[in-house]
Design a protein around this ligand. Sequence first.
Ligand code: ADP
Length: 629
Amino acid sequence: MNKEKDRLPLKQAISYTWRGVRIWHNAVPGLFPAAGARQALTALTPCLPLYFTARLVNAIAGNETPGQIWRILLALLASTAFAGAAHAVAVCWDETMRNSHKWPAWNRVFFQKLLQMDFCDADNPKTQALLTQIEQNSNWSAWGLDKLYWCFSDLSGATWRILGAIALSASLFALPVPAQSPLAWLNHPLCLTGIAALMILSAIATSSLTNRANSYWANYDGTGGNRAFSFFGFIAILERHRGADIRLYAQDRYLGSRYITIMNGEESFGPKSSIGKAARGPMGACAAASGAVSRMFVGVIYLFAGLKALGGAFGIGSIAQYVGALTGLIQGITLLLETLGTLRVNAEFLKPVYELLDTPNNMYQGSLTTEKRADRKYVIEFKDVSFRYPGARTWALRHVSMQFRVGQRLAVVGENGSGKTTFIKLLCRLYDPTEGEILLNGIDIRKYRYDNYLNLFSVVFQDFQLLAQSLGANVAAAEEYDRARAEQCLHKAGFSGQLTKLPKGLDTCLYREFEDDGVEISGGEAQKIALARVLYQDAPFIVLDEPTAALDPEAEAEVYTHFNEIVEDKTAVYISHRLSSCRFCDEIAVFDKGSVVQQGTHDRLVETDGKYRDLWNAQAQYYQNRENK
Ligand code: ADP
C-alpha cells in the first residue's frame, strides 16, 4: 500500500537533519571524518589513471621521447599505488567506525534516553510504540538517524566526484580547435553553452527520475512485512526455544513462506505485492528512463570530445579522459540531487526519533537526601493513596492507607489485577500517586533525591532478568565485587549446593551466549540467584514479587524456613498468590479491586468472614483435590 508521506517544510527538514548530524557527531566523533576520507579517495583515485593514461596515449601518438613516456608511466604507477594504499586505509577506518561504533551508538542514544526518562513514560505503551516505529523504519530501509550517515557518505562522494570531474574536464572546453580546421565551429560559445545545458538537464532528469523510482520504496509501508520477516524468517535461528515445537508440529512446512504474506492477507514483497507491481510498472519505467537519459548524454560527450580531437584541439588519448570525467560529473550531480531528495524525505522519519528523545521528565525531583541510618528506622506510610495509569479511566488503586513498621514482614495478597504490583510500583516511586501521598519518615517521598530514595529498596520482580555474565557479577550487579559476600548471599538464598557443582564457581558464566562453558540454569535456580542479588544490595527494604513461584515445593519450604535469617532486620514486602506461603508474615494486606479490604495476621484473617477466608478456602480445596488425585 502506497501512502504519500507529508512533506516537512524545508527549514524544519534542514534543522531536523542538522540535529541528527550533531547527535551522530557527539556519539561517534570519528564517524563522519572516516566516511568523508573514504568517499574522497574513492572518488579521486580513478581520476589518476584517467589523467595519466590520456597523457601516455597522447605521448605515444605524438611520438614523444622514450624518456618522456617512461616518466609518465612511472608517475601513473606511483600515484595510483599511493592512492590505492591510502584508499585501503580509509576503507578500513570507515568500516571500523561503521561496524564497531555506529550501531552500538545508535542503540546507546535510545537506551540512555529510556533509562533517563520517568519510568511512567518508559512504561507507557505510546513510548514503546514510538520505539518500535523507529526500529522498524531503521530496519525497513535505514530511515531515520541511520540514513543520515549514508546520506553524508553519498554527499561527500558526490562532491568529490564533481570536483575531480571538473578538474579533469575543464580543458575540454578551454582548449580550442585550431581556427583553420573545418571543425572550428565547435569553439563557438553556443556550442559550449549547449553542452553545459544538456549536462544540467540530463542530471536533473536522471536524478528526478531516480528519485521518483525511489519514492515508491520510501512511501511503501513495508514495516508489517519486515516484522513478519523478522519473526518468521529467523524463527528457527533466533527463537531457539521454539525449535522443539516447530519440529513436533512440522510447522516448517508453511513457516518458510509465511513472511511473504503479512497478517491482513496482502503480500509484502513478492511479485503480487504492490511494490512488486510498481517495479513492473511506473517504478521500473522511471529507473529505466533514468539510465537511458544518462547513457544518451555520454553518447553526446563522446561525439563532442571526438570531434574536437579530430579538429586538433587535443590528442586522441584525451577523449577517454574527457568522457570518463564528464560521465563522472553527471553521476556526481545526479547523486548529489538524489541524496538531497532522500534527506528531505528522511526528515519525516526523524520526527518520531525526536518525539522520543524530547520526552520531558515531569516527575518532581526532590533534593533531600535520605540519611544513612544504621538502625534502619525508615518508616514508610501510604496516606489515602489513589492511582490511575496514564490514559486509563479506572482506578488501579483507591484510597490505600498503610504504614510499614520497621522490620515487619508484610504479605500483599489478592487476585490478579487487584493492584498488588501497582502498589509496589508506587512504593518504589516508579509512578507518583494520582491522589494522596506516600511519606518516608513523615516527609513526602517526592522531596527526596530519586536515586537516594531508590537505594532504600531491593526488588525482585516476577519477570526479573539475569544477564549472560558471570554468576558473581549477576549477584553483585557489578563487575567488581566482594566475593565472600556474594557467596554468603548465594548460601542464604539456598544456592550453595549448586554453587559447589559449578566448574568455575562465582566466575561461571550464566547462559551460553558468550561462553561455550556457560551454564543454562533452571527457573528455580534463576530465582535463587535473583534472591541473592536482593540480599547483596543490603537495602533496608526488600520487595519480593512471587519469589518462589518457580521453586519446587521442597526448595520453597527451604526458603520459608530460612526467611527470617534471609531477611534479617530488613523490612520485607512479599507479594504472592499462594496464601499458604504468606503464613510466616507478621501481617497480611488483602487487595481487592485496588483497595485494601482486610489487614491482619493469617490466624485472625482466616477466622474472619471476608475475602481472605474465601481465597484461603478456594486454594485449600485445590490443594486437597491435588493431594486426593
Ligand atoms: P496485580 O499485580 O494484583 O495482578 P496490577 O497492579 O498489575 O495487579 O494491576 C491493577 C490494575 O491496573 C489492573 O486492572 C490492570 O489491568 C491495571 N494496569 C496494570 N498495569 C497497567 C498499565 N501499565 N497501564 C494501564 N493499566 C494497568
